[in-house]
Design a protein around this ligand. Structure first.
Ligand code: NAP
Length: 241
């Protein structure tokens, strides 16, 4: 068993899976959470274990406080401590503001923003006892700049930035750092149906991001730095400068 433990929500696929693998390469035991795709979650757990650390997958809905409390206590029971939390799970339900249903508003706010409140609270309790820990919240460039058709998602991702800065202020004296990553357009299932070619003109590096680009930034904030907190690191190839 390694000494340090990381939780990655939405760790079965995409950016979360890459973050879980990157933290495993840094020697962390890994608990991934997912919503329903057990096949992807099992594959990710197997790939993490192949790196020589312990791993397990936990199926719970991050937008449901009761399920989160149960899931986090099961993780704690198995792993005994929590050093890094990556609040990564997220969804989109795009549509123009005037046509957006309350259902799509609530689903996106609850899954992308309220989830970070639900998951962080029991995790911070553990980190406060340990007097150390690092949290990375997965925001988005659209949380900084807004985006047509994404009022719900932009609001949730902007909310995560406010949560990040506030927790950094509240928890710094307890040895807990809290930062956010704001990805641009990254190649994952979430973006596979978008016509991303039209964005290339605006991306300085002239390519979409890969999940590893985000995972490296997450590992930097969670593991490599000791004196960075309350920051939002835009990892977008120069989309917003
Ligand atoms: P993805 O490929 O669609 O993967 C989403 C992950 O979240 C999956 O592991 C999924 O689990 C999990 N998930 C979804 N709803 C959940 C719920 N209610 N409870 C628990 N887990 C849930 O997405 P991605 O592109 O990797 O995005 C990851 C994060 O980065 C999201 O927060 C997203 O908003 C953010 N982001 C992405 C981009 C981009 O361009 N891709 C840009 C900026 C920010 P299952 O596998 O079980 O479905």
């Amino acid at each position: 068993m390694s000494e340090k433990v990381a939780i990655v929500t939405g760790g079965s696929r995409g950016i979360g899976r890459a973050c879980a693998l990157e933290l495993a390469r840094a020697g962390y035991d890994i608990a991934i959470n997912y919503a329903g795709n057990s096949e992807a979650a099992e594959k990710t757990v197997a790939d993490i274990k192949a790196l020589g650390v312990d791993a397990a997958a936990y199926k719970f809905d991050v937008s449901n406080k009761e399920q989160v409390d149960k899931g986090i206590s099961e993780i704690l029971e198995k792993f005994g401590r929590i050093d890094v939390l990556v609040n990564n799970a997220g969804i989109t339900r795009d549509g123009l503001f005037m046509r957006m249903s309350a259902e799509n508003w609530d689903a996106v706010i609850n899954t992308n923003l309220s989830s970070a409140f639900y998951v962080s609270q029991p995790v911070v309790k553990v980190m406060m006892r340990q007097r150390s820990g690092a949290i990375v919240n997965m925001s988005s460039v659209v949380g900084v700049s807004g985006n047509v058709g994404q009022a719900n998602y932009s609001a949730a991702k902007a909310g995560l930035i406010g949560l990040t800065k506030t927790l950094a202020k509240e928890l710094g004296s307890r040895g807990i750092r809290v930062n956010a990553v704001a990805p641009g357009f990254i190649n994952t299932d979430m973006t596979k149906d978008l016509d991303t070619s039209k964005f290339l003109d605006f991306i300085s590096l002239k390519r979409l991001g890969e999940v590893e680009d985000i995972a490296k930034a997450v590992k930097f904030l969670a593991v490599d730095t000791d004196y960075v907190t309350g920051q939002v690191l835009e990892v977008d190839g120069g989309l917003i400068i």
